[in-house]
Ligand binder design. Structure first.
Ligand code: ANZ
Ligand code: ZN
Length: 887
């Protein structure tokens, strides 16, 4: 064994041997030494986008995964930890536009580099199952399942409204539209209707919601809530206001019915106007008649129309001069166009009740429309000039100003008015969902080709299964002016599968969320060229533990759940939900430093470029540039990001201090679900701990090597107290670490190991073999307990100290079992009370009986002092806790 710890040599040696022996390859149904089938455990991280190199977020995510996988493997599980690449998508196209390198080359180069980085982290990945989204052997199954979905009607084609950049001739994502202009061209963006493919996730809304609420108990509560809100089930009434509004051709618009959806039909007597979305047919008609309305609509549909945008937008509208009829009072109700009404929700129209809906209230105040109170709660004062939250409350509320409904509770009124709507044949109770069908068409090159052929006579024809995959050409270089597939004749030209005539391939590709909706199943059915998934999928899935960022809480996880249920209904797999447990790791944070430059812009500086200025308490109050000493500002702490220039390159850390130091720091600094603050001194501390571990082992290597395992400690009479103490400490810490491993609290696992090393260093053991056996025992536990976090150094020490001979290779060494007998201390401490007041404590033998405890208490020096000579009347003993001497 070397005298000093050299991380890079230790890590390289371990990794080479692991690779040579292919130690992370797992097979289904593996058995243990006793011939029993091991329980399986599938632990998986959300697959990375191959952006170029790993960042600290990756390091944290994969280390959590790796610690879990390694520990469970020692505990006898058959553990799968795979890895793959989310290799399609926009950044590769943007890189291509910039550097004129095909997205394929850029992507494959990045993958090669990042894979090397992962290997240098020492991750226990079964690389034989690696998948890559841009591999035709993978995406052919996207195409295959898409065709099955078309057959079943789960996939369908309809037109969609998109952002169109007329200069670049391309469709833009919402985030590529900046102030109404294309991000690259600067051209004014137009809305265009173009056809696309949709998947009917709405058919599964009910089941998805049910399982979100009742089955996902291994998921964080907040993620379940986010999914619930996204699915958005709403119970209400859909009904119509009748009207006689006709279009230019004298046709009744929508058969003379303005349908609205409301969750508060009980407030119908408080309706003072209706509001429709700018895209609503009545708005379109009003615009035809009135230029002011037309101008308003033009402005309103510009820019973002997402719900988030709408929620923060100032509520604005315009009257249309069109009227509908109130179904109960028969009053004329004016229709307004409102920018807060979404065309894509319900019917794109609302009955406005300013008295009890906050948005309507603000709108009515702004345009001086009447506000009528129709709901009352006793003891509350209503005012039409100021919104108060109770106006929307339902608890204890009664109807007023509502004619024959006065005095009813909300639920009574809802039932009664809903019945009336049914009787009048105007509407009925209805459940409305917020979730929309999933549009998967992207007018982009770097994705899975949608397997459709457009024939002038047969229309849109699915590619026959035997012709899959439709392979994406990999040599194209997008230049920003639309999808290069549109100009690629060898891809475009194809014979119609039905009639043989010249036809054209669909050039849209699939949303990359398709790729990530089932990749985790492909790991389990890797290298099957005949089928998408096979029986191995049912062995590994559902996944026992999924790990990834909270940013995927809604879309990715919901799409993957939907996709799973679709495959289940096609008989391709035998479970209902893909992920049993979900862990969302916290963000990695670092300090942010900046300076305004001469042009008024902000320049960010890396933490390595500055020296902090501290106040008396050691808080950072400013900073100076190392280069020229000039002062810059300190902006606090925030997520590591390129834009803030506050990232730390993990590779640099691994190269200089070793993967084990990096792993130890990210596990120790904070529990997996919390944010993690980067700290250079924390990293140094982690490295120091590993060196101390090494030094201890180096110093004691001969004793440890010569000592024996499996000592019958119970048979050792007259064991020295120092040995008992070391064993007690070792097993208490093991017990704590076991618990912390099971609840994924790896930071305290690390601190238990630190305490154990402290105890070993501090132990004043007597000379002799028993002490050596005890050291060997503690070190063997320390190395195993620490190994999942820092596999290289522990693996090296394990072999160097001769543990492999007793327990086998560390990767499969048995997880240590707590020796309960060692946990039983010889003496315990009892609280001493005198006349009920705390007066001290006393030690008694662990197995002391009542009499001995009483006796010890009576003789305690405090008793005489506090009783001041009075006799002892009674001694009360609460076993294991306290003694109360009464006098
Ligand atoms: C009258 C009313 C009175 C409403 C009241 C609420 C409170 P959730 O719960 O999200 O389903 N609404 C309906 N369609 C809309 C659309 N396309 N765009 C914007 N708002 C719309 O919300 C249902 C409520 O949102 C409906 O109930 C309707 O306003 C509004 F005191 O009707 B309510
Ligand atoms: Zn044809």
């Amino acid at each position: 064994m070397q005298e000093h710890y050299h991380a890079s040599a230790v890590e390289k040696e371990a990794q080479t041997i692991w690779q040579e022996h292919d130690v992370y390859r797992v097979v289904e149904g593996a058995k243990n030494a006793a011939g029993e089938e091991k329980p399986k455990f599938y632990a998986c991280s959300m697959l990375p986008y191959p952006s170029g190199k790993l960042h600290m977020g990756h390091v944290r995510n994969y280390t959590i995964n790796d610690v879990m996988a390694r520990q469970l493997r020692m505990r006898g599980y058959n553990v799968l930890m795979p890895m793959g690449w989310d290799a399609f998508g926009m950044p590769a196209e943007n890189a291509a536009i910039k550097s004129k390198v095909p997205p394929a080359k850029w992507t494959y180069d990045n993958i090669a580099y990042m894979k090397k980085q992962m290997q240098s982290m020492g991750l226990a990945i079964d690389w034989s199952r690696e998948m890559c989204a841009c591999d035709p052997e993978y995406y052919r199954w996207n195409q295959w399942l898409f065709l099955k979905m078309l057959e079943k009607g789960i996939a369908y084609r309809k037109t969609q409204v998109v952002n169109w950049d007329p200069v670049d001739q391309t469709v833009l994502a919402n985030e590529q539209v900046v102030d109404g202009r294309g991000w690259r061209s600067g051209a004014l963006v137009e809305k265009r209707e173009i056809p696309g493919y949709y998947l009917k996730i709405t058919d599964y809304a009910e089941e998805l919601l049910d399982y979100t609420k009742n089955h996902l108990d291994g998921w964080p509560e907040r993620v379940r809530l986010m999914q619930e809100n996204w699915i958005g089930r709403s119970e209400g009434v859909r009904f119509a206001f009748t009207h006689d509004i006709r279009d230019g051709a004298n046709q009744l618009i929508q058969d003379g019915r303005l349908y609205v959806f409301t969750t508060r039909i009980d407030t119908i007597m408080g309706v003072t106007f209706c509001a429709v979305a700018p895209e609503h047919p009545l708005a379109v008609e009003a615009a035809r008649r009135d230029d002011k309305v037309a101008a308003f609509i033009k402005e309103a549909i510009k820019g973002g129309t997402s719900e988030a945008d709408l929620a923060t937008k100032e509520k604005e509208g315009v009257p249309t001069g069109l009227y509908v009829t109130h179904p109960i009072t028969g009053d004329n109700i004016e229709v307004w166009v409102g920018n807060y009404v979404l065309m894509s929700y319900g019917d794109g129209a609302v009955m406005a009740v300013p008295g009890h809906d906050e948005r309507d209230f603000a709108f009515a105040l702004k345009y001086q429309l009447p506000i009528v109170q129709v709901i009352d709660i006793e003891g509350r004062a209503y005012s039409t000039t100021q919104w108060q939250d109770w106006y929307a409350d339902k608890e204890g509320a009664k109807l007023i100003n509502s004619g024959e409904y006065n005095g009813l509770s909300i639920s009574e009124a809802v039932d009664k008015i809903a019945d009336l709507m049914v009787a009048k044949q105007l509407g009925e109770k209805k459940v409305t969902w917020r979730i929309r069908d999933w549009g998967i068409s992207r007018q982009r090159y770097w994705g899975t080709p949608i397997p459709i052929i457009h024939c002038p006579s047969c229309g849109s024809v699915p590619v026959p299964e035997k012709d899959l995959p439709v392979v994406l050409p990999e040599h194209l270089i997008p230049d920003g002016s639309g999808n290069p597939l549109n100009k690629c004749e060898e891809f475009l030209q194809v014979a119609c599968p039905c009639c043989g005539a010249d036809a054209k391939r669909e050039t849209d590709t699939m949303d990359t969320f398709v790729d990530s909706s089932w990749y985790f199943m492909r790991y389990a059915s890797a290298a099957n060229h005949e089928a998408m998934v096979d029986e191995r999928n049912n062995y590994w899935m559902p996944m026992d533990q999924y790990i990834g960022g909270i940013e995927h809480a809604v879309m990715h996880l919901l799409y993957a759940r939907f996709w799973t249920k679709v495959m289940r209904d096609m008989g391709l797999l035998a479970y209902d939900e893909p992920f049993v447990k979900l862990l969302c790791q916290g963000m990695v944070l670092n300090h942010i430093y900046s300076r305004r430059n001469a042009l008024g812009g902000i320049e960010y500086f890396a933490p390595s470029e500055v020296d902090n200025i501290l106040d008396a308490k050691g808080n950072i109050i400013g900073a100076k540039l190392k280069s020229d000493g000039s002062e810059i500002s300190y902006d606090g702490i925030g997520t590591m990001s390129k834009s803030k220039n506050n990232g730390i390159d993990p590779q640099h850390l691994i190269d200089t201090m070793g993967a084990d130091t990096a792993r130890l720091f990210v596990m120790f600094a904070s529990p997996p679900e919390q944010t993690l603050e980067w700290s250079g001194s924390g990293v140094d501390g982690s490295n120091r701990f590993l060196r101390r571990l090494w030094n201890y082992c180096y110093k004691h290597q001969d004793e440890i090597r010569q000592a024996q395992d499996n000592i019958d400690w119970a048979a050792q009479e007259e064991l020295a107290q120092a040995i008992k103490d070391l064993r007690l400490e070792t097993y208490s810490l093991l017990k704590q670490a076991d618990y912390d491993y099971s609840r994924i609290q790896y930071n305290t696992v690390v601190s238990a190991n630190m305490k154990l090393l402290n105890a070993l260093e501090a132990a004043q053991l007597p000379a002799g073999e028993l002490a050596q056996h005890a050291i060997r025992e503690s070190v063997s536990i320390l190395l195993r307990m620490l190994y999942p976090v820092v596999p290289h150094i522990t693996w090296h020490l394990w072999r160097a100290l001769g543990f492999a001979e007793t327990y086998g290779d560390l990767l499969d060494a048995p997880w240590p079992v707590v020796d309960e007998a060692a946990l039983v201390a010889d003496e315990i401490e009892l609280v001493l009370q005198i006349n009920g007041k705390l007066r001290g404590s006393m030690m008694v033998p662990n197995d002391a009986d009542q009499a001995l405890i009483e006796q010890t208490a009576r003789e305690h020096e405090a008793v005489e002092r506090f009783l001041e000579g009075r006799p002892i009347k009674r001694v009360i003993v609460v076993p294991g806790r306290l003694v109360n001497v009464v006098g």
